[in-house]
Design a protein around this ligand. Structure first.
Ligand code: FAD
Length: 433
């Protein structure tokens, strides 16, 4: 595929343009259309790059306030002390330099579908022909009584990468041997279904190797979780007696926090005081998606964005595609792998639409790897078909790691190697670093 580069001068015009068609330059030819992408994480950065690869004649503007993206994948290993934050931090140089994506370092604060413009925090008005929205999740502050932004500075969630990840790490480092780490875990749906249980595992690894008299108490708003038998087998083998998991039916749901006392209060009034408290609270689609009217206002999926399963175009507003965690993607989980897969197919769908070509039925993929220790990995993989009724898993096409492989140590070691391989290939593909 040949690739042409957008000039900075030509693109600057597109930012303020009322018509992207006249304002974006692709060498000598004007851009045939202008796609704006909100959010430079797993979904948005993938979509921005792959739209340019699909059709270099389409100008792409990425609106993302940060100059560097810290991933949530592998942040649990920073919390556990066997990765550094710099190893999970990626910049946008390849996206802008190699792929000609214009990065506007700003926050999108409003979308006007009537004029097809995005307004930014600094007052820019950016017109689009097609818009991709991939803002990830926001925390539902107040869904747990007392859990506010101020409380999260004492009881971190660490469910968005960066400062919160480091805060939880520091708290674990400061905890004395013999301390208790308590986690409050959310109901479905939420970002990264196995993420909390991977976090429990690798915190246990840290405690076993540095503060072995410590304990972990996991209070869950669910009765079952992703890869549960594999996690629990691993906990029994690697960390016997260290982890207590309390499900919903044993009063595991936390409904209140008392931040100053580092205390979690359950639905039926049990109080759990701990030395370090990690609250993974209920979540919903990022604010810009909700403010724009892309999310369902009520019902079981309130706060998440319904989309066409084939194109990820919003079913609520035309010419806007919502991908990643913010979307309701049928059987697909809210994962970086899934957002990356969706980003590639949405790029194809948008390039097809802008070139007057028919779209086609995509086949999406997801694998969720988890480490229970640096050398102990497990996974669940699935392939998904987009049907007009929704996105469904293809029966028999995926699988979960076996519970009792022939050579268990070697098998888990290899899965840990695949885990690291996935991260480096995915992040290299998305951010090119
Ligand atoms: P994000 O990647 O979060 O990107 C959203 C971006 O949008 C951010 O950069 C944000 O700054 C930007 N943004 C938000 N609002 C605006 C706005 N108004 N204007 C401009 N920009 C905006 N997934 C895996 O596949 N594998 C794993 O091993 C894995 N591990 C995880 C571990 C943990 C602890 C957690 C919490 C998550 C993990 N995930 C994993 C899940 C993964 O992080 C998410 O599913 C993924 O990041 C979703 O991609 P996204 O594009 O929807 O959102």
């Amino acid at each position: 595929m040949t690739r042409t580069k957008l000039t900075r001068r030509g693109f600057t015009g597109a930012l303020l343009a009322t018509s992207a068609l006249s304002a974006c330059a692709v060498q000598t030819a004007p851009a045939k259309a202008h796609v704006v992408v909100i959010g430079g994480g797993f979904g948005g950065a993938t979509a921005a790059k792959f739209i340019r690869l699909e059709d270099p004649g389409i100008a792409v503007t990425l609106i993302e306030p940060k100059s560097e993206f810290v991933t949530c994948p592998f942040s649990n290993y920073v919390i556990a002390g066997f990765k550094q934050i710099g190893e999970i931090t990626h910049n946008y140089n390849a996206l802008t330099g190699t792929h000609g994506v214009r990065h506007v370092r700003d926050i999108a604060i409003a979308i006007d579908p009537a004029t097809k413009t995005v307004r930014t925090g600094s007052g820019q008005s950016i017109r689009y022909d097609k818009l991709v929205v991939s803002p990830g999740i926001d925390i539902r502050w107040g869904a747990i009584e007392g859990y506010t932004e101020a409380a999260a500075e004492i009881l971190p969630h660490a469910w968005q990468g960066g400062a919160q990840t480091l805060l939880l790490r520091r708290q674990l480092e400061a905890m004395p041997d013999g301390g208790v780490v308590a986690l409050a875990l959310p109901p479905n749906p939420y970002r990264c279904p196995p993420g909390p249980y991977e976090r429990i595992s690798v915190i246990a690894h840290y405690l076993k190797t540095t503060k072995p008299r410590s304990k972990i108490l996991a209070l869950d708003a669910k009765d079952a979780f992703s890869k549960q038998p594999l996690f629990q087998d691993g906990w029994n083998a690697l960390y016997p007696g260290m982890i207590e998991w309390v499900p919903l039916n044993k009063d595991g749901r936390i409904t209140q926090v008392i931040a100053g006392e580092k205390t979690l209060v359950s639905e039926f009034g049990q109080r759990h005081r701990a030395d370090v408290v990690n609250v993974v609270p209920p979540q919903f689609a990022g604010k810009i998606a909700r403010d724009a009217g892309l999310a369902n206002p009520d019902g079981g999926s309130a706060g998440w964005c319904p989309v066409d399963p084939i194109t990820f175009e919003s079913t609520r507003i035309k010419d806007i595609h919502v991908i990643g965690d913010a979307s309701i993607a049928g059987a697909m989980p809210k994962s970086g792998f899934a957002a990356n897969s969706q980003g590639k197919f949405v790029a194809k769908a948008i390039a097809a639409a802008l070139n007057g070509r028919p779209s086609f039925a995509p086949v999406y993929a997801n694998t969720c790897y988890s480490l229970l220790a640096p050398d102990y990995g497990i996974s669940v993989a699935d392939i998904y078909r987009a049907t007009p009724q929704g996105i469904v898993a293809v029966q028999g096409a995926g699988g979960v790691s076996p519970r009792t492989p022939a050579d268990a140590a070697q098998f888990r070691h290899l899965e840990a190697t695949y885990t690291r391989g996935w991260y480096s290939s995915a992040t290299r593909e998305i951010w090119g670093t």
